[in-house]
Write a protein that binds this ligand. Structure first.
Ligand SMILES: [Zn+2]
Ligand SMILES: [Zn+2]
Length: 486
């Protein structure tokens, strides 16, 4: 029986600090005489990082497309498409992250230009905002779109994305998952929660259930469908994820209690009426499942909190609200009273919370200071965890920790310790897996990361990177090896 004790570290267990820990058979254990010693030489160690909100299968598929980000000319776009087509990673080849505003030509290609590069292979490329795509002639033929514009947007875009999603073969999903596994290990992520499925479509849920055991990465599945029967049939103890209570601030579909600053006539919309939502919540409650919903605007959070209030306090279920970007004070009080959990994405304010950024544009300066109130939530005793919403922001908990400790509103900043907990212990608790993971403690799985610097004392924590990632005591990533292979 191999027992190893790590010594001379700067170890944050999730609860407090120590200088070492012991591993036996893939689990943290109590130290014993005569075991192998590993000298950490002062390195900083954290429990394995847990991202409590991702969309793994879509993110994985996306990672397999030709990446057009940063291209500055059509010539560059075409050459990247050409090399991707030489060895396509997916059954239906595509490119993503196209941004015409960064090209010197400042336009989409002409259909003829795209056809010249792609030939007879059906091909599409999605725009960076994921609200439109351009397709070639072969694609239009394949999908009966002849005579329409090669630029697909709005409702047609959503329908096309859904149709393409249903055609994705299992092999592509598996390849995508392996891509995400690499990214996860590099980022120190040893476990994550993934929200899969859309409307009544279980294909990604079933693919995930099949793939789950094929990776050491800990994957907790949230089926984000409203078909309770289908979820119960699969024996899952939870339902939800990004089941939409409202939309997003970017597209002005997040439901606000007061109009958008940059569109005074608009307040966004609620996707479900009270009756449909509340009766669904009642059925989930009666079935005894944990549930979770996406709510961004304060009017959406209000509706959801009303729904939870009707069920009474069920703190042991740890029901979730995803994002909770804008929340009124009185709803925070109710959230605390009901024992609901909030799942925040600290990178959101890094991306959109800067002066002049999206939050200010949509909400005006004053309301923009009221978003992502992580510290206020903590002070009110509301339990919370952190996630990336990957692919919306990258799988990068260290980046998320940096964002949480440098929140644009100083009063909403967390300490490094508290931010680390939100990506470890709290992320385990929100998924009911704290007996297995989330901290360095005898009996839990030996998931941990070794960092390049001490994140608790480093002045610029954005410099801190993952040096090694361990799952069940096995090293799954070592930065050194990757530097050599480049
Ligand atoms: Zn969402
Ligand atoms: Zn999401």
């Amino acid at each position: 029986m191999a027992t190893t004790t790590y010594i001379n570290g700067h170890v944050f267990t999730g609860e407090g600090f120590t200088d070492g820990f012991t591993i036996r058979d893939g689990f943290f254990a109590v130290p014993e005489e005569g075991c192998k010693l590993v000298d950490l030489k002062g390195a900083c160690v954290l429990p394995g990082l847990i991202d409590s909100h991702t969309h793994l299968i879509p993110a994985g598929l996306y990672a397999l497309g030709a990446d057009l980000s940063g291209a500055v000319s059509l010539e560059e776009v075409f050459s990247r498409i050409e090399s991707a087509l030489a060895s396509p990673m997916t059954a239906q080849p595509f490119a993503c992250l196209f941004d015409e505003t960064r090209l010197k030509e400042n336009r989409f290609p002409a259909l003829r230009e795209l056809d010249d590069v792609t030939g007879t292979t059906p091909f599409y490329m999605t725009r960076i905002d994921l609200h439109s795509m351009m397709v070639n002639t072969a694609f239009m033929k394949k999908y009966g779109l002849e005579g329409t514009s090669p630029l697909i947007r709005g409702r047609e875009y959503d329908l096309m994305v859904r149709c393409l999603g249903q055609e994705v073969p299992f092999g592509d999903k598996k390849r995508g998952l392996l891509e995400m596994e690499k990214k996860a290990f590099k980022a120190g992520v040893t476990a994550l929660h993934t929200m899969e499925g859309v409307e009544d479509d279980f294909s990604n849920i079933d693919a995930l259930l099949e793939l789950q055991g094929q990776t050491p990465l800990g994957i907790l599945l949230y089926p984000q469908v409203m078909d309770l029967k289908g979820v119960l049939e699969r024996g899952l103890p939870r339902i939800g994820g990004c089941i939409l209570i409202d939309g997003s601030l970017g597209s002005r579909t997040a439901a606000l209690s007061a109009p958008y600053y940059d569109a005074p006539g608009e307040t966004g919309r609620l996707y479900l009426d009270d009756e449909a939502l509340f009766s669904f919540m009642r059925r989930v409650h009666e079935a005894g499942l944990q549930m979770s919903f996406h709510a961004i605007g304060d009017r959406a959070v209000r509706q959801l909190v009303r729904g939870y209030s009707l069920l009474g306090r069920e703190a042991e279920k740890r029901h979730r609200i995803e994002h909770a970007i804008l929340v009124q004070d009185e709803d925070l009080e109710t959230i605390a009273r009901l024992g609901l959990w909030l799942d925040f994405q600290p990178m959101f304010h890094e991306f959109w919370g800067k002066p002049g950024g999206l939050y200010e544009q949509r909400l005006g300066k004053e309301r923009a200071r009221q978003v992502n109130r992580i510290r206020t939530a903590a002070e009110k005793g509301i339990p919370f965890a952190f996630g990336s919403d990957c692919n919306v922001t990258p799988l990068d908990p260290l980046g998320g920790i940096a964002a949480a400790v440098s929140h644009p509103v100083p009063g909403e900043r967390l300490s490094v310790e508290e931010a680390v907990r939100a990506f470890t212990l709290y992320a385990a608790r929100i998924g009911h897996t704290e007996n297995l993971q989330g901290s360095i403690f005898p009996g839990k799985k030996a998931d941990f990361v070794v960092l390049s610097e001490n994140i608790f004392s480093e002045e610029d924590i954005r410099k801190v990177t993952v040096r090694e990632t361990y799952i069940a005591g096995e090293c799954v990533y070592r930065a050194e090896d990757h530097q050599e292979s480049v």
